[in-house]
Structure formats: structure tokens, C-alpha cells
Design a protein around this ligand. Sequence first.
Ligand code: ADP
Ligand code: MG
Length: 701
Amino acid sequence: MAQAADKYLHLIDIQTLAGVGPKFANKLYNININNLFDLILHLPLRYLDKTFMPKIADIKQDGNYLVEGKVTAQKTINNNKSTILRVSIDDGSGTIDAVFFNIYHSFIQNFVRGRRVLLFGSVKYDVYNQCYQFVHPEAEFLHNQDQVVLEQFLTPIYPLTDKMPQGSMRKIVKSALTYLEENPIEELLPNKNNPYKLSLQEAILQTHYPKPNADHKELKIEDLDSFKRICFEEIVAYQLVLLSIKRNLLHKQAAIIHYNDNIQQQLLNLLSFKPTNAQLRVFNEITTDLNKAQAMMRLVHGDVGSGKTLVAIMTLAQVAANGAQSVLLAPTELLAIQHFYKINSILSKLNIKVVLLNSSLSKKDKSLVLKDISTGIAQVIIGTHAIFQAGVNYKNLQLAIIDEQHRFGVEQREALLNKAPKDMAMHQIAMTATPIPRTLQLALYSDLDVSIIDELPRGRKPIETAIIHENRKNDVIKRVENICSKGVQVYWVCPLIEESENIDASSAIQIHKLLQEKLPNLNIGLVHGALSSLQKNLVMDRFVKGQINILVATTVIEVGVDVPNASVMIIENADRLGLAQLHQLRGRVGRGGTQSYCLLLHKDVDNNDIARQRLNIMRKTNDGFEIAKQDLILRGPGDIVGTAQSGFNNFKVADVNRDFALVEEARTVAYDLIKTDESLCDRLILRWFSHTMEQNDKFEI
Ligand code: ADP
Ligand code: MG
């Protein structure tokens, strides 16, 4: 049965393949290749073309070639360190040289004059000798009677692990493919939903061993239809995961949260400012959703500093006023703590009990907090991943707000949603400042309705940004001294905390020391990831209270941190950071009414064109959407969404940053399938995402 065969591939451990013992298997397990399905999807990085053999005289451009000829000359050159071998090969049409580096004596001895040899590898034009030559090719020595048989297909080069030879990897994958040929994988995409007219079976086989291009130009895996066919199916399956989460939620009832104007008015009275129209509009969209027995699934999108937290606070108050619990999930402890202080300072005045659940609580405090959560005394629970762990039991959790949503994966969202009361669906809000192109938004959040806070609070002045060479750091320090004397607070961000041999980045610790030496009259704080969250928070707290003039920090302060009085942001090694990260960091300032500044320090950026353009974009605009747009133009979709941390690292093959062109159609197909064939959808999800769905018994194998 075809379906059984499909399940089979997931269930067959790689050790059942001939030649894969425990030692070898362990190396593969380390790179997440556990079963035959993983193995057949371990796809080539690139290919070698051994399907044709040009005449030497016809080699007229750089490339990878296979030639056969006789050795006509050889010469070794001994440097003090290494031996270089230069040999000449003649095939009757002409001669070509090959150079080899660091080779054994026994290898050199093979190149006797008149010997038949097969060379394969990279040919480059040598400007010095004015001819083409092989650079360290593979060589195979032939006997006179040997026939050269050309390959029919390209030869795959696979990603490797832990000193595993390419040949071994090729052999293992090949034997998995042989198994596949004997036990074909079930075709799940209906013909009409398959734009590639290739079955998954064919697509996998062809991607490992494609036919060469007619002109033997180098072939890239991303350009193969067979490869796109595989990615397409995986993206369809991912869309089905999202749609089925939604479908499951919609099958259940959600608690109706009635709008409570009394609590809203009390809350507004506590604020020192008026909400913007955009904040009120988004809040209104939320309360309208909450008033239904269907779970809200909403993405709140607003640039850094647009005031998403206030929208969250107003919503938390509504849910509490309805006697239900809410959680606010933050990606870092630092941000969770900051949120706790800020939110508690407001909601406690409305008699709403807010608790912080984080990993640095003492055992005793933790058990108290857990008790308050399970009895319902705690109405708003703020924390990091800790809040959806197994030991946390909620009394009546009806709303989850996920701050900086792009930092979380779909399986974390699911784990959180599973904390809803039995047989109920939970309302959820995902908040993000990361501006992303529409297609990526569809790919990541196709199940969510979107609200946009498209207005900054009144009186904000655009942050002025300057690009400054590192060698002017002393001037910068003098300027900083001057502005600090006027009461302004400064962030000084360094990407790494220790000097690293590999990356020439400044360390926060060293800058901290330098600033202490040069500015003895100022208070200079330091936060980095190696501090406990308690220590981090003590420093942050002093910064918030104005007791620290300059806060030296790593990128731990990247997201969410809000200290309105800080109005200067200095970023070391800005040329090494991506635009999304620079924008987030800069967004830490410009949060009050004072003019804010951002100084981007760099080293010799002129040598690196893209980096220079990135910094220029930062200088020209403060608008997150504009920055995202420019980033796209600069280098394609890139890593705008920070996908390393999003749900997309669950993909085996697809990469939305690369395959974004497939998303729209995949989404249409997913909608079509979920309407017509639920069991087919379940099988597609099972095939591609059983690893993320493990906790969900519905998807048990
Ligand atoms: P983000 O959207 O980046 O999460 P925050 O919610 O942290 O932004 O808000 C940024 C700053 O703006 C905070 O100091 C907050 O108190 C302030 N703020 C929020 N809304 C308004 C408003 N309507 N008017 C003035 N300041 C506001
Ligand atoms: Mg925020």
C-alpha cells in the first residue's frame, strides 16, 4: 500500500541501511537525519557534471570539466612549506596543464609520461601563463584497456558532517533512493493542484540526479523544477498546519468577553497621554472580536514605538474585568520583566492582579505564583516560555498576547493555545514590529487577521541618524560627555560580549571599561546576556530611574525595551548588522518628545558595498516599511523576518526567504484541499510536519 510505504519511510531508521552502523548513524542523527524520509530529503548543495567530455581544444571558458588524455610533462616546485605539481595532459586536440597542491610523493609518481589519466574539476584561466588550467582536480589513472563511461546524470555533492567523506554520504543517500524506487512514496497532490506535473517520487529522484543542461552550464538546485516541486508541497503542508490549527479552534467555542467601558475609562484616566487614533481603532477591532464566541486570531502590526503595549494593556484589562485570565508572552526575560513593571504599575491601580512567571524565581516564589495562577487569583500572567510549560495550570485562560511574535514558532503558539480551558478555544493576539513583505506575511501568518497601528504618538520627532567611522570614536565620546551633562541618557550597543578571534567585533565589556576610564564623572552601566536576569534587571532599573547616564549593552536590549528618557543610540559595528536589527535597536530611542539621535559606528565600510547602502538607508528613513522595502531591493527577501527564530526552521527543504514566489499558489492549493479532502490534508501534514505535531494525538503515526 502506497500510504503504508510513506509511513514506512518515517519509521525506518537509517541504521537499517546496509553500511550504516551506529557510529555513522550518530553523525547523521546530529544533523537531524534520523530516518529514510530525512535521508531522501538530504538534497545536494550542488552538482558535478561528468556527463560529457569536451576536447581540450574546445575548453574556452572557466568551469568544471572532465577530460581524458596522456601525460606529456610534469614538474614539481618545492616551496619551503609545500610541494606544487604541474603536469601537462594531451588528448590529441590540444594540451592543458593541471596544478596540484600539497600532494603525496606516491601521487606524483603516478604521473609518468604517456600514462592515461582522467581529470575532473575546476578549470580557470591563468593570467600569468595565458592559458586555461585545472586547479587541483580529481585525477584517476587508467590502464590502456580501460573504457571511459560517461555518467548519464549529474553527480550530487551533499552537505556533510563531522569528517564524513563525500563518497560515503553519496552512497548512503543512493541506497535510500534505491529503497524509494522499490517502494514508491504516495503521491498526495492531486493533478490539478500540482503546477509542476511531477510526482513527489519523480521530483526527489530528479533532484538528487538531474539531467545536465543542454549547454553544460553549471546547474543550481534552486532552478530545478523538481526541487521547486518538493518545496511547494512542503509549503502547502505548512499552510495546512496553520489552517488546521484555525479549523480546530473554530470547532470550539471561545469565551465571549464583553466590552467594559467603566474599566476602560478608569484606565485612560491613569495615563499621562491620550491614545492615538490608530491605537483606539486597533483596540476597537480587538474588542469587536472578543465579543464573539469564536476565537480571535489577530496580528497587531505597528512600527517600533507605535505603542503596541498600550493596546495590550487595554485588552488585558477588558479580559480581567470579565473574570478571565490572560497571558502576555515575551521573547526575552528582560522584556518580560520590563513589561511586568510597566503593566503592573497601571493594572494594579485597577485592582487587577498581575504576576511575573520567569525562570529566575526562587522555588518558593514560583510555587506561590503557580498557585495563584491555578486558583485564578492571578489575572494577568507575564513571562517567557515558562508560561506554557507543563507544570503551569490555569484556572480560566481566555487570551494569549504574544509580543514580538516573529521570535516564536508555530509549535510554541500551539503549546500556548493548549492551555485553554478544556474544549474551549483561546483568543490570541500576536504583536510584531517587523515589517515584512505581503507574501511572507501570508506564509507566516496566513491564519491571522491583521490590524495595523499606522500612526506614531503625537510629538515624536524623527530620529536623526549619522554614519561615523570607528576612528572618530574619541570625538563621539566627547560629544556623549557633553550631552550627558545635560541630562540625556545614552545607549551604547556592542554586538558581542567577549573578544572573539573569528569576529572582529567590539565587546561590550571593553567599551564599558574604556568609557569608565574616559568619563570618570559619569555613571556607566553594563548589560549583556551572560548576566542573570536579576542582575540585568537591576541595571535596567537604574537606567530607567536615570541613575545611569550611559548603558553599554549587547543586543539583549534589541526588542521591546522602553526607556523614553534615553534619546541617543550608539551602535558599534553597525555595518555587521542587518537592517531589521538596526531598525529595532534604533527604535529604543525616539520614544519621548525630545529630539533623538542614532550614531552608526563602522569600520571601512566603503569596501563593502551592501553594508554601506544599508547604513545609508538607515540614515535616510525612520519608516520600518520603507526600510523593509529597500532591504528587499538590496538583497532579495533575505532575513527580514528573522526566520532563524521563527517557525520556519521547521522546514526540511523549503525556505520562504528563497521560495517566497511559491507561497501564494501554495496557499490557494491549501485552501482548496482543506475544503475538499480532510484526510488528504492530514496525510500531507503528517508527512511534512509530524515532528512539530508530536504532542497532538490527532497526528499520531
Ligand atoms: P512598541 O510599539 O514598540 O511596543 P511601546 O508600546 O513600547 O512601543 O511604546 C513606546 C512608548 O510610547 C512608550 O514609552 C509608551 O508609553 C509611549 N506611548 C504609547 N502610546 C502613546 C501615546 N498615545 N501617546 C504618547 N506616548 C505613547
Ligand atoms: Mg513592544
